[in-house]
Design a protein around this ligand. Structure first.
Ligand code: G16
Length: 543
């Protein structure tokens, strides 16, 4: 084993606001690119010497190769141990759990989340800190700074490590523990949910479909739903993780999981369906004939979490990202618990969870989770829904309708304009930003603007300030439009427009959300000149 010190070179390793570094796979495959970024991570955390890390990914193209490189670099940088998922697989929430369970110095998670995989698609790397959560901005900024000043990286030569068998290996002075990616996660789920009632639910004939989208949750869902809970074989579909996710986008939304949505809207629909994304942190929930928006799902989970054993003593608080609908706020109000509004990005929940100020967190982007790990957790959300269904023995539709009757309905939708020219998108936001002060009091198509600002978050735990986290326009009567640029795209800019309007009247809870929200959509289009500036007649995606 030889340690090689290879000259480093600055790379474009700027980590956008909401996630780890995501790039086209071929960029990561360029000679030295991954190596420089990994060395920058090690340097940013004060070196890897004497440290232990978790490493794993969602199995996409380049996952296995990248792990071999990371292991060799960890050895050369003096790390003492790496815990690696068998075959290099670990879902993001399972990696977060392993970091916490083993008290490691952090973890490296290889994924571009819901973005497609393959040599011509996307790859990503993120660093999670010892609390199990995504690195906060002060660390990601330091990683980026390190990429710009890196002089060299260290790596050892030698044969590849066999990652296919569970067990212990050593390379130089570093131990490598290959673990079953599912085992510890399953144990954690058993502490939170009542597996006996879930087994009884399936034994009663309850039917479900889980679409793993050929991504990392396949082995987790099969082990939990079919093997541990007795759901019939075939309940989990697309269960084998593939390097290119079968050619699809592993993004659990009505567009990319359309076959599942179509099934649930058909006469052949099972009682319940769910899907998860590339790295297993996002979820989509469906009932017979109904798609549950992530914002509504968060609210329902908060209102019913006490039905699951892990949450029976109630919640300390709830947190949601700013663009997420305010449905959960109404639940928090009724439960008389804290309610926090954070910028987009799971990392902003970390302090609230660590401080015990929030138990459940959620985002409109299909992420929900709790204080059991420090990442959003797709299967956790599915199991909490199942636990609620097992106790209430009502349909998803009935649960949702009863929820709206009790709390009112927050109609909600997100409109995405994808691959917009970056300069046009930036100009649109800058122009709107410059006019914010003039907007309050204006009447747009019969809608009076009451407030207009760009969201600033002051972290209640460490006092850190995050500015310009999304433009919010509040209309008379409580309707709201939020506008921000995505931080997770890999091509051009994605403009996200979030629309919300509250309807207390139960007789008006059955309107098509796009119809209910059309006036707000038209108003924000006029205010921000979206069509005029982008040349688009409408959004590419409405979730
Ligand atoms: C990532 C973050 C999420 C965030 C989402 C938003 O999700 O982990 O916390 O809500 O990005 O993305 P955007 O900036 O595109 O709106 P994931 O699942 O891609 O890791």
């Amino acid at each position: 084993m030889n340690i090689e010190i290879v000259p480093g070179k600055p790379i474009d390793g700027q980590i956008p606001g909401t996630s780890g570094l995501r790039k086209k796979t071929r960029i990561f495959m360029q000679s030295g690119y991954l190596e420089n970024f990994i060395q920058a991570i090690f340097n940013a955390i004060g070196g890897a010497g004497g440290k232990t890390f978790v490493v794993g990914g969602d199995g996409r193209f380049f996952n296995a190769r990248a792990i071999q490189t990371i292991i060799r670099m960890a050895v050369a940088n003096g790390a003492v141990k790496m815990i690696v998922g068998r075959n290099g697989l670990l879902s993001t929430p399972a990696a977060s759990h392993l970091i916490r369970l083993n008290g490691t110095d952090g973890g490296l998670i290889l994924s571009a989340s819901h973005n497609p995989g393959g040599i011509d698609e996307d790859f990503g790397v993120k660093f999670n800190t010892p609390n199990g959560g995504p690195a906060p901005e002060k660390i990601t900024n330091e990683i980026f700074r390190q990429t710009t000043i890196l002089e060299s990286y260290a790596i050892v030569t030698g044969p590849d490590i066999d990652l296919n068998e569970i067990g212990h290996r050593t390379i130089g002075d570093m131990q490598i523990e290959i673990v079953d990616p599912v085992a510890d996660y399953l144990v954690l789920m058993q502490t939170l949910f009542d597996f006996d009632s879930l087994r009884a639910l399936f034994a009663s004939g309850f039917s479900m479909r889980f679409d793993a989208m050929h991504a990392v949750t396949g082995p987790y869902a099969t082990a939990i739903l079919e093997d541990a809970l007795g759901a019939p074989a075939g309940t989990v579909q697309n269960a084998i993780p593939l390097e290119n996710f079968g050619g699809g986008h592993p993004d659990p939304n009505p567009v990319w999981a359309k076959p599942l949505v179509d099934l649930m809207m058909s006469d052949a629909s099972p009682d319940f369906a769910a899907a998860s994304d590339g790295d297993g942190d996002r979820n989509m929930i469906l009932g017979r004939g109904i798609y549950v928006t992530p914002s509504d799902s968060l609210a329902v989970l908060c209102a019913n979490a006490h039905l699951a054993s892990g949450y029976k003593s109630g919640l300390s608080g709830v947190a949601r990202s700013m663009p997420t609908s305010r449905a959960a706020d109404r639940v928090a109000d009724k439960l008389k618990i804290g309610c926090f509004e954070t910028p987009t990005g799971w990392k902003f929940f970390g302090n609230l969870l660590d401080a015990g100020m929030a138990t459940i967190c959620g985002e409109e982007s299909a992420g929900t989770g709790s204080n059991h790990v420090r990442e959003k957790d797709g299967l956790w959300a599915v199991l909490l829904w199942l636990n609620i269904l097992a106790v209430r023995r009502e349909t998803v539709v009935d649960i949702l309708k009863a929820h709206w009757r009790e709390f009112g309905r927050n109609y909600y939708s997100r409109h995405d304009y994808e691959e917009v020219d970056t300069a046009i998108a930036n100009d649109l936001v800058a122009d709107l930003q410059s006019r914010l002060g003039d907007l309050p009091g204006k009447d747009i198509q019969g809608h009076q603007i009451e407030t207009a600002d760009n969201f600033t978050y002051a972290d209640p735990v460490d006092g850190s300030i995050s500015e310009k986290q999304g433009i919010r326009i509040g209309f008379e009567g409580g309707a709201r439009a939020v506008l921000r640029l995505s931080g997770t795209g890999t091509e051009g800019a994605t403009l996200r427009v979030y629309l919300e309007y509250f309807e207390p009247d139960p007789d008006r809870h059955d309107i098509d959300p796009q119809v209910a929200l059309a006036p707000i959509a038209a108003a924000i289009n006029e205010i921000a000149k979206i069509s005029r500036r982008t040349g688009r007649v409408g959004p590419d995606l409405m979730t």
